[in-house]
Design a protein. Sequence first.
Length: 255
Amino acid sequence: MCNKDLFFRNFGNGKPIVILHGILGSSEIWVPTAKILSAKNRVIIPDLPNHGKSLHTNSLNYDYICDTIVAFLKANNIDKPIVIGHSYGGKIALNLVAKKNIDIEKIVLIDITSEEQTATNMEFLFDILAKPLPHLSSFAEAEKYFYNIIDEKNMALLLLKGLKRTEKTLTWKWNANLLSQQYTEILKPINLLPTSDVPLLLISGERSDYVSTNGIELLKSSFKKFSHITILDAGHWVHTDNFDELIKTITAFVG
């Protein structure tokens, strides 16, 4: 489905849950999660701006992106949603609370906090986006190409999901120029409210280095109803590393 600016997927009926994917992600990645949660809820997954089938913008600034999300929520009559955000999507969720005065029932942050991040984890991916793609005539050819230049399978698969077919070759779905030029915007911290009554669950991956002690303390100091669960045998991509445990944890929290 498409609502003017943002493409989205919609599942089920009931209490609204909005899932915000991470940087270089898409709504497609979260469909298995949405199908399970939609047994009792309405689950909406937009492609974030500059991703998937959604609009391309001129900025990655969090306030600018959040304005687009707010307009999307209003246009689709999504009131008081539970917001689940992975990585970049989680920081957008925090900014919705801090800056946009959106009435949110609960927040689930997946392997991210509000603090500033370093570029070391994904910088090489943005370096790939900054360079012209070679001529790739098939997804099999693209798979071989990415596996040759990237050691981590999850990262190669992420890039594969970012491709689309044109008449003669494969190209990026993403706004590759903007993402490669302004990716430092997504690393910036989110300034939290002094205090918030929104219940917040932080889910971190046992093997991930995205969540620090300082980041946890920042969330604790702002959110009165803060809880934290670590998913064993999972890295930053918790939803692929330990899907069953992630679903169990989210389901228990959202009710």
